[in-house]
Design a protein around this ligand. Sequence first.
Ligand SMILES: [Cu+2]
Length: 208
Amino acid sequence: MTIGLRDEAGAVIDKFDVNHEKLMHLIVVSEDLSHFEHLHPEYEWNGTFRVDLTFPAGGRHKLFADFVPSGGAQTTIGEWIDVEGEGAGRPVVPEAELAKTIDGKRIELDIAGLSPNADAMLTFSFKDAPSGRPIDDLEPYLGAVGHVVILSEDAETYLHVHPADEASTGPEATFHTSFPSSGTYKIWGQFQHQGRLITVPFVVNVTK
Ligand SMILES: [Cu+2]
C-alpha cells in the first residue's frame, strides 16, 4: 500500500518530524477490532509512504495514519478500506477481569475514571507468570515504556496515549487519557521485554 499526503490546498506534504522514532505510525484494525497491527510505513519520496500489509481475514478495515508534518501538530487520518472476502465478525465484548497471560507474563490493567470525559488513569502491571515475580526490566519500545491505542467499538474514536513516565521499566506503566463518551472501547497496550514485543488487548465498558 502507498499512502500519499496532501494539504487542504492540494500541495504535497513532504516534510515530517520524527515522532516516537518514526515518521509515520500506521494502525490497522478489522471492523470487529479482532485484528490489530501497528506498522511503520517507509517514506519513499514526494509525500508518499509505502508499507506491506497482510490481512488475515476480509471485510472492512480501518487504517489510522499518525504523523507530524514539519512545523505542524500531530495529525491522525482514519480511512475505511474494503478487503475482499468475509470478515470474522466477532462481537466486541467487555471483559469482567482485566488480566491476561501472554508469553509467560501476567499483565493486569487497572483503570481509574472509567466514565465519559473523566480523567482516566490506566495502569498496566507486569509479573512473570510462573514465579509471580514483578517484571521491572521492561525495555523502551519506540522511545517509551509502552504505547497504548484505544478505539471505540465503531472505530470512530481513536486515542493514542503515551505513558506518564516514559522512562519507567516496570513493573507498572501508567497512562492518562479521557474517554469522550459512554460505550465499549478496545485498548491495546504494547510493550517490549527481552527483545520481544508484547501486544495486550482489553475490552472495557465506559459508563456514567
Ligand atoms: Cu508506531
